[in-house]
Design a protein around this ligand. Sequence first.
Ligand SMILES: [Ca+2]
Length: 353
Amino acid sequence: MLSTGPELRLMRLLSCLTLALLFQASDAKRDLKSGFDRTAKQNFGGGNTAWEERKLSKYETSEIRLVEILEGLCESSSFECNRMVEEHEEHFETWWFRRKTKHPDLHRWFCIEMIKVCCPKGTFGPDCNACVGGSERPCHGNGRCDGDGTRGGNGKCSCVHGYNGEFCLDCIDGYYNEVRNDTFSLCTECHSSCKTCTGPTSQDCDECKEGWEEDDQKTCVDVNECSKDPSPCKEDQYCLNTEGSYSCNACDKVCSGCTGAGPDKCQACASGYQDTEDTCTDIDECSEAVCTKENQECVNTKGSYVCICSSGYEEHDGECVQMPQERWVRQNEKPTSRESRKQQHESVYLGYY
Ligand SMILES: [Ca+2]
């Protein structure tokens, strides 16, 4: 017996092959028919039904047609497909000329009966036994039978999502049996507040899901994590309650602690910011004399300020000293806005520390 791997592959190949064969057969017939219609009109100035049918039926059973079909079965690049067709060419010929009428189902005759790679649908294994739950509705319609339609597998069920158990009649946690008997089961999802349940609403929970708690009416309701003390969030975050959960979000950078998003939800202003009409705004430190060294200028920044050397001066040992003439000229060729000098200063500053 073949091992499961190649057997399955071959089975799949064959299903495709059979479909392709049947498709091709009907397609060829249609193409040929239109071809005949065309030629008939050209040659005879009208349809000649008897002639068409004679030719058609002759072609329909001819070896030329079989060869044409076999040649077109596989992609030229599919080594496995071509090898298989070649290997079983005799079987195809036998079927085509001698078995087709008595055994019109090529899949059954070739794959199940002749080369014994396939099994009828709903059966599996060397002897084509019925799948768990029976061959009519394997796994009671709620799963896939291992090896279904092949000579391999063990016939056991892999249930689709929501179903459980050997026979795929039980429901997983979070689902309940809306309908259930010995051969049929319909599992439906519980309310989002339930871990387990017996019905569709939040009152039908057996157990609440995490983030939900039972109230006086035995209903699962959302836990407001944000009302807890201490808050589950960090100091520079605010808490947002959601159904079944909560989230922690960063405060605006102008805040030191906050109750929500934005500069108007601060508990206190961050350093460098002041409370102006219930919102935190930047303090302009430069409005006071903060850069006191000689030839120094003050530049206000968001939440802070920097002291930079005035135009024509550069920082040297913490003092603003006159730039050598040559460098001063070179630098003046570039745009020297306050902003670019500030950036220059900051990059120096960052480089030093
Ligand atoms: Ca919540």
